[in-house]
Design a protein around this ligand. Structure first.
Ligand code: NAD
Length: 497
């Protein structure tokens, strides 16, 4: 990174060195609060991507696959420490890049570090298993091996936290990586490269290529990858999965959601209110796990609508770098326009606007991409606001009568990432958890995260899991070894069973 008079300028990080893109192109990254450019990012072309993949392959072949688990673990722990030491600075950089409040980005840096620690512990514990067979005098064992070189493609909403869902597992398993962050928020991933270097990782183990979708496409289609782990929109995910399919490259897809957050009449409504707010207005709704459909049982419906509308109007918007700010900007101009477009159509479909519904333009907010916390009541599940992933601070509240109806509405979506259930009835909590088609269920909480717990979706929310033990195994392949230690000679034309 070089710091010119105003704009921070970043090159590509390949093979342990900062290098200019071969085409010499750069593009600005905008601060969504001021809407001014604040960093210059390099646009990597096909040849840069190839250089990065080749560097990763060399590092894998020559060094990383032979590095002992205890050493990989030591490096990952050091990286976790460095991320913790730099959490304040990295949080401010991410907030400046994507407009998420510092309260959240700072916490995300610490949570990301926690995930690095979690996988550091696995590095020297990737043991296989012995498998008793039907055959006598045959010893069978399975081992887990790294894949080789993996491509990690991330979106703009939480670059460091979402990278932490992939990278430490990939490195602990013994893979080398090429990372492609979003063109809308590349800065922290690039700054992170400095921490990786400081931690002492060998050159080529971690590489960053920046640029728009074409750079991502070059990474996916250029060959040389053993797996691709993608977090982003279903639209892009489909394209990547199709391209990867041509080369039979396995993929992990972490895509969008339209998650149901279900409040039953017997719930602790105070807790449910907090969970509903956290579910949709944290990060200005720009999270894949947003609880964007709030399903509320009739007897408590009006009360919940009133409570939430009142609380939403009081959410403090402001400078995302100010610790007092509760909700920041939307991350970029196209996203801002999409959100306002969806809001504009909701009234026509018959939903009732009870809070927000417009950009916030008061005083200093006028310069930023602020959308007021928005709530629609009387939403039907077939309306556009209930079907599309808006990826903004827009809540749809849908009434229901019975548990069966709640499950039916909850599952009536093409997505299946997260879900929430608010009830004091233990039996109901388990019944509904089982019936919901989603990768994750929260009961009497929402948006809680843990390094140990697997994360991922079903249906159009994707496949594969991150975090937890499952997250590690996404980056390992199984090899089975069968050893015959009998002295018998056998019929060569019959299968040995
Ligand atoms: P996006 O799909 O537009 O971009 C994601 C990444 O893919 C970016 O780095 C982009 O440059 C790259 N890309 C674009 N076109 C490509 C192509 N043809 N080939 C390869 N790479 C390409 O997503 P976004 O707008 O940055 O992020 C928002 C989306 O991400 C939402 O749908 C959200 O739900 C989803 N998301 C999912 C999770 C999860 O874990 N499930 C987490 C956060 C965000």
């Amino acid at each position: 990174m070089t710091s010119g008079s105003t704009l921070r300028t970043y090159q590509l990080y390949i093979d342990g060195k900062w290098v200019a893109p071969q085409g010499g192109e750069t593009f600005p990254s905008y601060n969504p609060y001021t809407q001014e450019p604040w960093a210059l990012i390099s646009q990597a072309g096909e040849s840069d991507v190839r250089t990065a993949v080749d560097a990763a392959r060399r590092a894998f072949d020559s060094t990383w696959q032979h590095t002992r688990g205890i050493e990989r673990g030591r490096l990952l722990l050091r990286l976790a420490e460095l991320l913790e030491e730099n959490a304040g600075r990295m949080g401010r950089l991410e907030t400046t890049d994507n407009g998420k409040v510092i309260r959240e980005t700072y916490g995300q840096m610490l949570f990301a570090a926690r995930i690095y620690r979690f996988y550091a512990g696995y590095s020297d514990k990737i043991w296989g298993k012995t498998i008793p067979l039907d055959q006598r005098n045959v010893f069978d064992y399975a081992t887990y091996e790294p894949l080789g070189v993996v491509g990690l493609i991330t979106p703009w909403n939480s670059p460091m936290a979402l990278l932490a869902n992939k990278l430490p597992a990939a490195l602990a398993a013994g893979n080398c990586v090429v990372v492609k962050p979003s063109e809308h928020a590349s800065v922290t991933t690039l700054e992170f490269a400095n921490l990786v270097e400081q931690a002492g990782f060998p050159p080529g183990v971690f590489n960053v290529v920046t640029g728009d979708g074409q750079t991502g496409q070059a990474l996916v289609e250029g060959g040389g990858l053993d797996k691709i782990s993608f977090t982003g929109s279903p639209h892009t995910g489909r394209r990547i999965a199709a391209s990867a399919g041509k080369g039979l490259i396995p993929v992990i897809m972490e895509l969008g959601g339209k998650s149901p957050n279900i409040v039953f009449e017997d719930a602790d409504l105070g807790k449910a209110e907090v969970g509903a707010l956290a579910g949709i207005f944290a990060a200005a709704g720009q999270t894949c796990i947003a609880g964007s459909r709030l399903l509320v049982q009739r007897p408590v419906y009006n009360q919940m609508v009133e409570r939430l509308a009142l609380r939403a109007r009081r959410i403090r918007l402001g400078d995302p770098l100010d610790r007092a700010t509760e909700m920041g900007t939307v991350a970029n101009e196209p996203q801002f326009r999409t959100i306002l477009d969806v809001i504009a159509t909701a009234g026509n479909e018959g939903a009732t606007l009870v809070a927000g519904g417009e950009p916030a333009r008061e005083g200093p907010l006028a310069k930023g991409l602020f959308v007021k916390p928005t709530i629609f009541a009387d939403v039907r599940n077939d309306m556009r606001i209930a079907r599309e992933e808006i990826f903004g601070p827009v809540l749809s509240i849908i009434p229901f009568e019975t548990e069966e109806e709640a499950i039916q509405i909850g599952n009536d979506t093409r997505f299946g990432l997260a879900s929430g259930i608010w009830t004091r009835d233990l039996n109901r909590a388990h019944r509904v958890s089982r019936a919901i088609h989603a990768g994750m269920v929260w009961v009497n909480t929402y948006r809680a995260a843990a390094a140990q717990a697997p994360f991922g979706g079903v249906k159009e929310s994707g496949f594969g899991r991150e975090r937890g033990e499952e997250g590690l195994h996404e980056f390992l392949r199984t090899k089975n070894v069968m050893v015959d230690f009998s002295d018998e000679s056998r019929d060569p034309f019959a299968i040995r069973v």
